[in-house]
Design a protein around this ligand. Structure first.
Ligand code: SAM
Length: 353
């Protein structure tokens, strides 16, 4: 493949890519085996949605909750190795119920604890993705017996190799609310609030947008996009667990620069690669199921429109600023510069030698 800099990452792969684009390559391959063939410190962002530990399994197979953590940790060890020190590992995980009872599995929290043991990853931040359009499920507990409410939130763990991964929240800022716009215009009274927060005059400064929170409100709305239409007309199986483009778009914008390398190790219909391509990042995607790989290629046809994000935000009744798909941002701060800049000001860690 010809994408500059990616050849170095894939030169030990035995199989050729299923397809390549200007900036990336999709492999129909097992990601664990292939991560092991990739060089250390070579990737800026691994962004993925693995098979969840579901009781009612999807067509592509899911692990049981009890065996999930050891299964996933094999991948995590390799992801840590291939990540640069400034890199991030973002994992989208849906919740799960225990078989036969209205009780939740805690597998994604157990996984997080395992992933963040000393010498592994840092939890840069935990995110929650709320999808208002989620259907009420499981029917037995939610709509029949009515003893639970619908499960509409996925956890997204943003992990990093060092405490200061490359990141910039201004790259995913929201439109200011009406109230904030008024405040910017009229000013606010500086001073201590009952909450203890010290509101300085800095609050009056227009920073071009509001800082988002770690609650992402993103609906699963697309039912007739190019990918779906092409899958239907060619009778190619539609991937049953695609995430909305907003998810990769948000994290790619916030955590990487143009030309950085983004990898999805459970790529499915390759939403990550598609978004990365339009955001001008180099990308690598790995997926074991050939039919999903075939379908994912439809995203790169010339008549496929670019991803259109529609709803990222954390507040009701605000105009949400669209993230630009073609961003040409200034370089993001890296761990190194942040570390160095912050070193003088940071208090010594307790217990540190
Ligand atoms: C939740 S889906 C990902 C969906 C994807 N985010 C999308 O938007 O289409 C997880 C995918 O991981 C794939 N998978 C499972 N084990 C894998 C492995 N060892 N290597 C590569 N892909 C794998 C499954 O076939 C499935 O398509």
């Amino acid at each position: 493949m010809s994408v500059r800099g990616l050849t170095r990452l894939t030169k030990r792969f035995a199989c050729p890519p299923a397809y390549t684009t200007r900036r990336g390559a999709m492999y129909c391959a097992d990601s664990l085996q292939h991560l092991r063939l990739m060089p250390a410190d070579s990737v800026d962002l691994v962004l993925t949605s693995p098979p969840f530990a579901l009781v009612k399994k999807k067509a592509y197979g899911n692990r049981d909750a009890e065996r999930y953590v050891p299964w996933f940790m094999d991948f995590a060890v390799e992801v840590r190795r291939v990540l640069k020190d400034t890199g991030s590992f973002v994992i989208d995980l849906g919740g799960s119920w225990l078989p036969g009872v209205p009780v939740r599995s805690t597998y994604q929290y157990e996984l997080l604890i395992e992933l963040t043991r000393p010498g592994r990853f840092h939890l840069a931040q935990d995110y929650f993705w709320y999808s208002p359009s989620r259907l009420p499920a499981p029917a037995e507990w939610v709509t029949v017996r009515k003893v639970r409410v619908k499960d509409a939130v996925n956890t997204i763990w943003w992990l990093s190799k060092t405490p200061f991964p490359k990141a910039g929240n201004e790259r995913v800022s929201l439109e200011y609310s009406e109230a904030m716009r008024r405040l910017l215009k009229n000013g606010c009274k500086a001073g201590k609030r009952p909450s203890g927060h010290d509101i300085s005059t800095g609050f009056r400064k227009d920073r071009g947008g509001a800082i988002p929170s770690n609650l992402l409100v993103i609906s699963h709305t697309s039912s007739n996009d190019h990918y779906l239409r092409r899958c239907r007309t060619t009778e190619t199986p539609i991937h049953p667990a695609r995430f909305p483009a907003d998810i990769p778009l948000y994290f790619i914008n916030m955590l990487t620069d143009v030309n950085d390398v983004v990898v999805d190790i459970f790529a499915g219909s390759n939403v990550t690669g598609w978004v990365a391509e339009h955001a001008r990042r180099r990308w690598l995607a790995l997926e074991t199921d050939r039919t999903y790989v075939e379908g994912s290629a439809f995203r790169f046809e010339s008549d496929c429109p670019p991803p259109d994000n529609e709803f990222i935000g954390s507040r009701k009744e605000v105009t949400l600023r669209r993230l630009r798909v073609k961003s040409t941002p200034r370089r993001l701060p890296t761990g190194r510069t942040r570390n160095e800049a912050g070193a003088a000001r940071l208090p010594k860690e307790r217990g540190a030698a």
